[in-house]
Design a protein around this ligand. Structure first.
Ligand code: NDP
Length: 255
């Protein structure tokens, strides 16, 4: 009953980590609106939410477009009356090409989705949450935002999301709105598969625990961060990465 009448918006809820979080929240009684560009996938998530006995809403949205975000939030308020939780999960990655060879289109696409999208959605969520003096925002960044890895646009944008988390958490703390961030390592999703077998083999070799994570692992952590059990945790960037960010210079010791 802890969650009855709580409403969450999850961006990129049509597949991967976002879908995992959407289903986990729905299983725990939270009403969930999923936002993304591909409507069919969002509808499928909503179908699965309803099969669990939950309430879902699919809204076609490009989070990099302010007018799309504003209209999506309006639709959520119209249907569910309020927003208690925002999960900024939508993201696009890039190939590991050097700067001289990377298509410039990645620059705009990643800045728009992975940073501006987080900004637009958080801005609107803060407007809804501040008068009610409650709310939770979770950003999904990456280990690429914590350590130097060969992704020249994705890494800096995820680092920006980490700092955005700290600043927004401080700004909203007086309103009892908590802002936290999960920085995953390698999670088995389409985005990870798109990196190709060779890269996946390298990831697994270099992850200290040598295991991929599942979307459910991230979903459990996200649920903890919106639960009362974490009521005084705000401004945290939590690496969920099977040891990747603790690896540092260990390779220099041959271990
Ligand atoms: P997927 O590629 O499987 O899913 C990404 C989701 O984001 C899709 O549902 C996609 O839907 C949506 N999306 C992309 N662009 C936009 C946009 N402009 N507007 C709205 N929605 C958009 O990725 P993951 O589930 O693996 O990743 C989720 C998050 O986790 C991302 O932020 C990613 O950077 C981060 N992450 C993932 C890791 C991994 O190993 N998988 C590791 C570290 C971080 P659609 O295309 O229909 O819009």
């Amino acid at each position: 009953m802890e969650n009855s009448n709580r409403v969450a918006i999850i961006t990129g809820g049509g597949r991967g980590i976002g879908k995992g979080i959407a289903l986990h929240f729905a299983k725990n009684g939270i009403d969930v609106a999923v936002l993304g560009r591909g409507y069919d996938k969002l509808e499928q998530t909503v179908g699965e939410i309803e099969a669990l006995g939950g309430n879902g809403l699919a809204i076609k949205t490009d989070v990099g477009l302010l007018q799309d975000v504003e209209s999506a939030f309006d639709k959520v308020i119209e249907r569910f009356r309020k927003i208690d939780i925002l999960v900024n999960n939508a993201g696009v990655a890039q190939p590991t090409n050097p700067i001289t060879e990377l298509d410039l289109a990645y620059l705009d696409n990643i800045i728009n989705t992975d940073f501006k999208g987080v900004y637009y959605c958080s801005r609107r969520a803060a407007m809804e949450m501040k008068p009610r003096k409650s709310g939770c925002i979770i950003n999904i960044s990456s280990v690429h935002g914590l350590i130097s890895l060969p992704c020249i646009v994705y890494g800096p944008m995820k680092a920006a999301v980490n700092m955005f988390t700290h600043i927004l958490a401080r700004e909203l703390a007086g309103y009892m709105i908590r802002v936290n961030c999960i920085a995953p390592g390698y999670v088995q999703t389409q985005m990870a598969s798109d990196q190709g077998d060779r890269n996946i083999e390298l990831f697994l070799k270099n992850i200290p625990m040598h295991v991929p994570m599942m979307v459910e692992d991230i979903a459990e952590l996200a649920y903890f961060l919106v639960s009362d059990k974490s009521r005084y945790i705000t401004g945290a960037v939590i690496a969920a990465d099977a040891g990747v960010t603790s690896d540092g210079g260990w390779h220099g010791y041959g271990r």
